[in-house]
Structures are given as structure tokens and as C-alpha cells.
Design a protein around this ligand. Structure first.
Ligand code: BG6
Length: 489
């Protein structure tokens, strides 16, 4: 099976934070993949902007290093790709350098302009104001904002107001890379492209839903950022809530951007509140201690941070309800954390058990059907069914998956989420990006949890690196008679 990649119109992609972790680890390598695939035309330019003083050759060397083995494997294309690169050292808060930068961008007035803010959110307002002053916000200009947008609703609204004074909402692309993951889009197709699931997709037939996003990594190079944010702001407010929206939203009338985003917004507004009155019952937060991760001894969070006092959570588990007609009474269990035993992101939809078992005791019990959507690794879909154990002898029941691994089925490696999203910005398609009201609705729901934690004065519960989080997270789901889906089930 072959997939077709259509080239996009020539563009100038300006990456603010062009020497930073995200640019080097993600953005530049995925752009190279799209270039190798023929989607980026040679008239395009990729312009790094950062405070680091580098000349163009220095930046090209940095990009070549960022491409790692790919640079050697596609040597010829690598040279052509590096020829698209430019670099502008700029302290965005200072006046120096902006004139030169503006003239450079204006050299290609017909290129689509994308300003990618891969910097700390603290700089978003300054950068946008400058872009406005330099009159770079017109025509085809678009701005991409990396999450998290602010640390709370007030901060997010300030950024949205300030950016909104320079760019129209239709020019603003708030990125949540989870929405670009193949399986997340497949969730839309699975739900709305098959007549099978939709009639079952409600409290009448679904028992509960689990969403797990587990990582093995610890803090890495991001200690300063992470300690100010923590798992709820870094992962739940955006990625996990967006996944929840995709599972629970009503069928949109089409896949036009606002049709989808209107439905997601309704879900965010329907989330039952969690605040000081119920946070102790519905939330668990944890912080990792030293332990064994992927066969290696690793230090605890506080040691990595070199600050013995931080109460930032590196793990969160939540029990959520979506208070509407379709979902009343269905618990949604969400968990995410650093230094967990494996890197896995998945959504598990557990259906209600059969009403009455017709089978003799000795045959075993029909277990709940489960639909497991794996976002990573081994992207795919599994539908767990009860069948008869094959062969002679008595009738015995077995629980087996209809198992579709995308790589095995289609023989192609799934593209990285950023590959699609960056090109969607160039194409001007905001369907997979968050609208202002969505981001703010997510903060409106998240803020009271943060307040409740702060006022409780309780420290996050410790868990050993390499474990599945604090035991309280297990209790959270087991109290309701369920268990977290673990292993490759
Ligand atoms: C980012 C978070 O948005 O997502 C990181 O800031 C996290 O802390 C990352 O590691 C996880 O993304 P993925 O695609 O590797 O699951």
C-alpha cells in the first residue's frame, strides 16, 4: 500500500526557539522527513530564531546533528534541505535585529508565513507584539503556539488576548500534538466511519473508559519548565482532555474545523467539577522517588531537580464524569506520569458485561468486551471478544483480541504527529488545533483541581521510579471494581 504526499505551497517557517529542545529533537527532523518525501518545495525557507549567537553555517551544523542518522542515510537530500535553512540570532525582548529579520522575511512576499513559537509561553506576548510592530502579521501569516498556554485560566486568557490583538483567531494555531497522532484521527474514523460502534457508544453499553499516557523518561533537560508546570498542566489539561473529547464528543456534522471543535467544547463544558469538596476522592497525585527504570537505577525527582522541597506532581490519576445525557454514570479514569514502567499511550473502552451468562460454571465467565486503541507504541486497535476455546472437549470460554497492528496491516511506519500538524498549518487547516474557547474551557475545569491541591497542603504521594504510580491510583479504580489495563492487553 502506498500513501500519496502532495507538496504544499512554498512557505517560510520561522521557528522561535530554533535551537531549543523541541526544535532540535522534533521539528527539524520531521520537516526533513517531509522534505525527503517531496512535500516541501525548494522555494520554502526554514528560519531558526534564538538568542544563541550562531552564523548560518553554525545553525546548519546544528540541524545536521539534529537529523542524526537520517542525514547520512539521505545525504543528497540533506544538503538540499540545509540549503533551505537560515538563522537569525535575536533576543526577542530587545530591539536589535528585528529590522534585519523583517527585511529577510519580506524578501519572499509570496511565501506562506508561519511563525512557530517553540519558546517558553512567557515570551509569546512579546514575540507577537513585535511581529505586529514589524507588520509581519498580515496576508497568509499564521502563528503556532506550543502548549501549555499559560499556567491557568488567567494566564491563558492574557496570552490569548495579547496574541488576538495581533493575529485573527483564524491565523492562530494552538498545537496539541496528540491530535496529530494517527490513532487519534483513526478514532474519528472508527467512531464515525463504522455503523457498528455508534449505537453502543453511550452509558447504555459502555461500562467505563480508561486513558493512560505513561512515560519512562524523567525530567531530562526540562527541569525548570517541568517543575513550574507538573503533570496536570503539562499533560492532562491538554493531551488527556483532548483524547477524552475525541472519545466522547457527539458526531460533528462534518470534519470542518469548527464543527469538530464545537463538539469538543461541549464535552469540556460538561465535565463534572472537581474541587476542594471532592478532589481527595477523585484525584491522586504522585512524585517519583529513586528506582529502577528500564533496567537502570535512576534518581528520584527531587534529586534530579536538586531541590528537596518541590511538591510538583509527576503523576496524576483522575476519575472524571462527563455530565451529559450520553455519558451520565460512566466513569472515565485518566492517568499519566513520568518514570512509569513503559512508554504507552492508550484508550480502553470497556463495554458492559453480558446481562446473563447462559454458560455452565465450568465453562468460565464471558468477560467484558474491550476496545483498546493504542496510540503508541505499536499503534493499532484491539477488540477483545469472548469465543469458544477451539478443539474438542467441553465448552470453554476464551477471551481473545481481534488485533490490528497498523504497521503489520499497512506496512508503513506511522508518521510523527508533528509531520501532519506542521503541514496542516501551511495548508491552513486548523481542524486538529485548539480554539481559544477550548483551551480556556480546559483551564476553567483544571484550575479548581490545582487550587484544591494547593489548599490541602498535602504532598504528592511518593512512588518508585519504574512502578505504575502510587498505590492510591490503583485504589482509585479498584474501588469501583475495575482494574487498570496493563501489559499488552
Ligand atoms: C509533551 C509534554 O507535550 O508531551 C512532555 O510536555 C511529554 O512532558 C510529551 O513528554 C509526550 O509526548 P509523546 O508524543 O512522546 O507521548
Amino acid at each position: 500500500m502506498t500513501s500519496v504526499s502532495l507538496p504544499v505551497d512554498p512557505f517560510d517557517l520561522v521557528i522561535f526557539g530554533g535551537t531549543g529542545d523541541l526544535a532540535v529533537r522534533k521539528l527539524l527532523p520531521v520537516l526533513f522527513k517531509r522534505f525527503v518525501d517531496g512535500q516541501i518545495r525548494p522555494a520554502s525557507r526554514i528560519i531558526g530564531v534564538a538568542r544563541v549567537v550562531l552564523d548560518e553555517d553554525g545553525y546548519r551544523r546544528l540541524v545536521r546533528d539534529a537529523l542524526g542518522e537520517m542525514a547520512a542515510a539521505f545525504a543528497q537530500q540533506c544538503e538540499a534541505f540545509l540549503a533551505l535553512m537560515a538563522y537569525h540570532p535575536l533576543d526577542v525582548r530587545k530591539d536589535d535585529g528585528w529590522d534585519r529579520f523583517t527585511s529577510f522575511v519580506n524578501e519572499r512576499p509570496n511565501n506562506i508565513r508561519v511563525f512557530y513559537l517553540s519558546t517558553s509561553p512567557g515570551l509569546f506576548i512579546d514575540i507577537c507584539q513585535r511581529l505586529g510592530e514589524c507588520r509581519l502579521n498580515h496576508g497568509t501569516a499564521r502563528v503556532v503556539l506550543e502548549k501549555p498556554l499559560g499556567r491557568d485560566l488567567t494566564g491563558a486568557s492574557e496570552i490569548n488576548d495579547a496574541v488576538g490583538r495581533v493575529f485573527a483567531e483564524s491565523q492562530i494555531y494552538r498545537i496539541d500534538h496528540y491530535l496529530g497522532k494517527e490513532t487519534v484521527q483513526n478514532l474519528l474514523v472508527l467512531r464515525f466511519g463504522n455503523a457498528l460502534f455508534e449505537p453502543l457508544w453511550s452509558t447504555a453499553h459502555i461500562d467505563h473508559v480508561q486513558i493512560t499516557v505513561a512515560e519512562t523518561l524523567g525530567l531530562g533537560r526540562r527541569a525548570d519548565y517541568y517543575d513550574r508546570y507538573g503533570a496536570l498542566r503539562d499533560m492532562v489539561q491538554n493531551h488527556l482532555l483532548q483524547l477524552l473529547c475525541m472519545v466522547t464528543m457527539e458526531p460533528p456534522s462534518s470534519l470542518l474545523p469548527d464543527a469538530v471543535r464545537d463538539e469538543k467544547l461541549k464535552v469540556l463544558r460538561a465535565l463534572s467539577p472537581i474541587d476542594a469538596s471532592n478532589a481527595a476522592r477523585l484525584t491522586v497525585r504522585g512524585q517519583y522517588r529513586a528506582g529502577i527504570s528500564e533496567g537502570q537505577s535512576v534518581p528520584g525527582y527531587l534529586d534530579e531537580l536538586k531541590d528537596g522541597r518541590s511538591s510538583t506532581e509527576t503523576f496524576v490519576a483522575l476519575k472524571i464524569e462527563v455530565g451529559n445525557w450520553r455519558w451520565a454514570g460512566v466513569p472515565f479514569y485518566l492517568r499519566t506520569g513520568k518514570r512509569l514502567p513503559e512508554k504507552v499511550s492508550e484508550i480502553v473502552v470497556a463495554f458492559k458485561p453480558v446481562r446473563h451468562s447462559v454458560f455452565a460454571r465450568g465453562s468460565g465467565m464471558p468477560l467484558q468486551n474491550k476496545l483498546v486503541l493504542r496510540l503508541q507504541p505499536d499503534e493499532g486497535v484491539k477488540l477483545w471478544l469472548t469465543i469458544k476455546d477451539p478443539g474438542p472437549g467441553g465448552l470453554r470460554l476464551r477471551h481473545v483480541p481481534l488485533d490490528m497492528s497498523f504497521v503489520e496491516a499497512f506496512g508503513v511506519q506511522q508518521p510523527d504527529a508533528y509531520e501532519r500538524l506542521i503541514l496542516d498549518v501551511v495548508r491552513g487547516n486548523p481542524t486538529l488545533f485548539m480554539r481559544r474557547d477550548e483551551v480556556e474551557a480546559a483551564w476553567r475545569w483544571t484550575d479548581p483541581i490545582l487550587d484544591a491541591w494547593e489548599s490541602s497542603n498535602e504532598a504528592p504521594r511518593p512512588y518508585a521510579a519504574g512502578s505504575w504510580g502510587p498505590s492510591a491510583a490503583v485504589a482509585l479504580i479498584e474501588r469501583d471494581g475495575h482494574t487498570w489495563n496493563e501489559g499488552n492487553d
